[in-house]
Design a protein around this ligand. Structure first.
Ligand SMILES: Nc1ncnc2c1ncn2[C@@H]1O[C@H](COP(=O)(O)OP(=O)(O)OP(=O)(O)O)[C@@H](O)[C@H]1O
Ligand SMILES: [Mg+2]
Length: 270
């Protein structure tokens, strides 16, 4: 009965990892980046992942994206093992990858051009997305004419525009200053609240993880494994500018911080 139930839950997950490990072999050493990882992510969830530097967070995303294969275990997307890159999985990194020779509009519309969407529709969709993230009026600007925060907004929209069923974000707001960061968190949440796409979002910042996530996953110092998986019950829509004064936020922050600090400390003494 229990096994049936487990099988049932597994089949309902949009994405699952079962007994996943990843090691890298260098010339003179072997690095275990990820070990013994079981994870289920359901459609529409906003998952955030925190953990010390080098603990295997990006590796986890790369495995989900199909950019590398696990050394052990299986990663499944919609019930099927992930083999290679799938276009319905969108990937947003810390660095914006806008093409310097294209205008913002053409950068954002580029994924649509790849799949043959006609020019007029491309431009209309790019315009409406740019408007949603506060970039209306900058369609004709080139990336070097935009601020870091504006470029990252463009970068995010370039992935959202083709409506991937899961969006992987690897510290997308990492290089931005604190205020720009909060403002981007607000934009991301407002878009997510209307699309409810599935998001896996990596961050160093526990405040950001709790402010955005339905679940916060904490990874241990290397070799990385999942040590906590907390539900965030704070109601939505959330006000990211003031969430730190929410009593539920404080409680969860203090609890996870105890464990995160221990992991970071362990990492430093490794
Ligand atoms: N392609 C690779 N080849 C060899 N080793 C790798 C590769 N990718 C990652 N590693 C190693 O795996 C470990 C985990 O790296 P990963 O990039 O996943 O960490 P991270 O948690 O994302 O770190 P950070 O927070 O600093 O971004 C590191 O020791 C790293 O050196
Ligand atoms: Mg990383």
């Amino acid at each position: 009965m229990n096994n049936d139930l487990n099988a049932q839950t597994r089949s309902n997950a949009l994405l699952s990892m079962e007994g996943v490990a990843k090691q890298f072999s260098g010339r003179d050493r072997q690095v275990v980046a990820l070990q013994n990882t079981d994870l289920e992510i359901f459609a529409g969830e906003f998952i955030t992942v925190v953990g010390p530097s080098g603990c295997g967070k990006s590796t986890l995303l790369n495995l989900i994206a199909g950019l590398m294969a696990p050394s052990e275990g299986t990663v499944r997307f919609k019930g099927k093992p992930v083999v290679g890159v799938d276009r319905s999985i969108g990937y947003i990194t810390q660095q914006d990858n806008l093409f310097p020779w294209l205008t913002l509009r053409d950068n954002v519309a580029f994924p649509l051009e790849l799949v043959g969407v006609p020019e007029k529709e491309r431009h209309d969709r790019a315009h409406s997305w740019l408007e949603r993230v506060g970039l209306a009026g900058f369609e004709k600007a080139y990336p070097h004419e935009l601020s870091g925060g504006m470029r990252q907004r463009g970068n995010i929209v370039r992935t959202l525009i083709y409506e991937p069923s899961i969006i992987l974000m690897d510290e997308p707001f990492g290089p931005l200053d604190a205020q720009t960061r909060i403002s981007l968190q607000e934009t991301l949440l407002s878009i997510w609240e209307s699309t409810r796409s599935t998001v896996v979002f990596i961050t160093h910042d526990l405040t950001e993880a709790i402010a955005l996530g339905d679940r916060v996953i904490l990874m241990s110092a290397r070799p990385g494994r999942i040590v906590r998986d907390d539900k965030v019950e704070i109601s939505r829509p959330r006000d990211v500018f003031f969430i730190q004064s929410d009593p539920q936020f404080r409680r969860l922050y203090d609890e996870i911080w105890q464990d995160l600090a221990a992991q970071v400390h362990e990492h430093a003494n490794h």
